[in-house]
Design a protein around this ligand. Structure first.
Ligand code: CUA
Length: 442
């Protein structure tokens, strides 16, 4: 009864409809049975001819009580079991799923497809706008990873039987396997302002070959073309200094390596386990203290406010790409050079300061007394500096080491808290060498 559902275009649609119809039928059956007998009895035993009729008083029927306890319990357990089982099935994403990133914003949907071109280089196709047509291949599992740029939206493809809220600052996903080609409407189903009812898109399901032709055809969107998210993430990985503490080759530095980290399970210091997914990575970037991996120290600075949502997404895409299939691109933390040990400490320190440390200290600290972003190194050693809110501090060994590891701890008056805390991979000997060199910059 009441079969008003749209066509079944995804693999799990039949299951969803089956349980949905079952619940509808049960509801109709019990509504008719209960309300029907209420009405029947009301009429049957109504007050007739101005006289009340006594009806038999029945008390304490164990049979009746057993029936109305057991039947609904069995029905509820049955529905609950299949509800959970089908939902679990819907939330399990096959490994070969095609990943598409979706951004919701007032009042349109934007789609990002990362794919590899003929040379194996990652490319991105970005499309978006009102009623945009987006394309997926038929019979291939699809994973939509979604986030909002502003308020809460909700992404709903009725024909695929998937719907999920799209929330700013949090990644949600839905997954489905389209089983028929055609065009299917997408709606926003969370009231998000004036144009909410027009926040739509058109899903076009096509053959695999047609999909590849479409995704590689970039002629229509040159204005929006850009670096693939994982490529942008690769730049950010070095630009933001992630590389100082997170290797790509599995080696241990201050933080866990990014190699094959996506999809892994992390054991935390409190003994619990987390899945390394988009939300966990994002949280670890924005709020590194929230979950500390067992065996590591809580030393990572927060990048909250330093990365926009696209940059965060790019970093996640880059981390996701470190699945062991791609050659390792960024340089691992600097290793000892040939003949390094034959240099004097001050010579080694000079190499660190002038560029072996990345970024080079000298890009912000001059050696000749001129003022750059940070205080000059000229005459720095044992110089007394006025600190913001901390009085005078002498630039001795302890202060220099602290300033390298935790640049935000004490800020010299007149300067800004700009230095990236990315030099955590330096070893004790390296600090000694740097200090020896700084002593010579007079
Ligand atoms: Cu977006 Cu409603």
């Amino acid at each position: 009864m009441f079969r008003f559902l749209p066509e079944q275009a995804s693999a799990h649609a039949a299951d969803v409809d089956w349980i949905n119809n079952l619940i509808t039928d049960l509801s109709v059956f019990f509504t008719v049975a209960i309300v029907g007998s209420m009405i029947y009895f009301a009429i049957r035993y109504r007050r007739k001819g101005g006289v009340d009729h006594d009806t038999p008083r029945i008390e304490g029927s164990h049979t009746l009580e057993a029936i109305w306890t057991i039947v609904p319990t069995v029905v509820c357990i049955f529905i609950g079991y299949y509800g959970v089982a089908i939902y679990k099935e819907m939330r399990t994403v096959p490994a070969n799923a095609l990943n598409i990133t979706i951004w919701g914003q007032k009042w349109q949907w934007d789609f990002e497809y990362e794919y590899k071109d003929a040379e194996g280089k990652p490319q991105v196709k970005k499309i978006g706008g009102k009623n945009v047509e987006w394309v997926v291949p038929v019979n291939r599992p699809i994973k939509l990873v979604m986030q909002s740029r502003d308020v809460i939206h909700s992404f709903f493809i009725p024909a695929m039987r998937v719907k999920r809220d799209v929330i700013p600052g949090q990644w949600n996903y839905i997954s489905f396997t389209p089983i028929k080609t055609g065009k299917f409407p997408v709606f926003c189903t969370e009231y998000c302002g004036r144009e909410h009812s027009n926040m739509m898109a058109n899903l076009s399901v096509v053959s695999e070959a047609e999909y590849y032709r479409w995704v590689q055809d970039r002629s229509a969107e040159m204005a929006m073309a850009g670096l693939a998210p994982s490529e942008r993430g690769k730049q950010l990985y070095t630009a933001k200094g992630c590389n100082a503490c997170h290797s790509l080759d599995g080696s241990r530095v201050l933080g866990p390596s990014f190699l094959k980290v996506y999809g892994a399970k992390h054991k935390l210091t409190d003994g619990s386990e987390v899945d390394v997914d988009d939300n966990y990575i994002q949280e670890s970037i924005l709020h590194p203290m929230a979950k500390i991996v067992a065996g590591y120290s809580p030393v990572m600075p927060s990048f909250d406010g330093q990365l926009n949502p696209d940059e965060l997404a790019a970093l996640i895409a880059f981390i996701k790409a470190q699945d062991g299939s791609a050659p390792i691109v960024a340089a691992p933390p600097p290793a000892a050079d040939e003949g390094w040990d034959k240099l004097t400490p001050a010579e080694r320190g000079e190499k660190w300061v002038k560029g072996k440390a990345i970024p080079a200290c000298t890009s912000c600290h001059s050696l000749d007394g001129s003022k750059l972003v940070g205080p000059t190194f000229k005459g720095l050693y044992l110089r007394e500096e006025e600190m913001e809110g901390a009085g005078k501090v002498k630039a001795d060994d302890a202060y220099i080491i602290e300033s390298i590891l935790h640049p935000g701890a004490k800020i010299v008056k007149g300067y800004q808290n700009m230095m990236p805390p990315v030099y955590g991979a330096l070893k004790e000997q390296d600090f000694k060498d740097i200090i020896e060199y700084l002593k010579t910059v007079k």
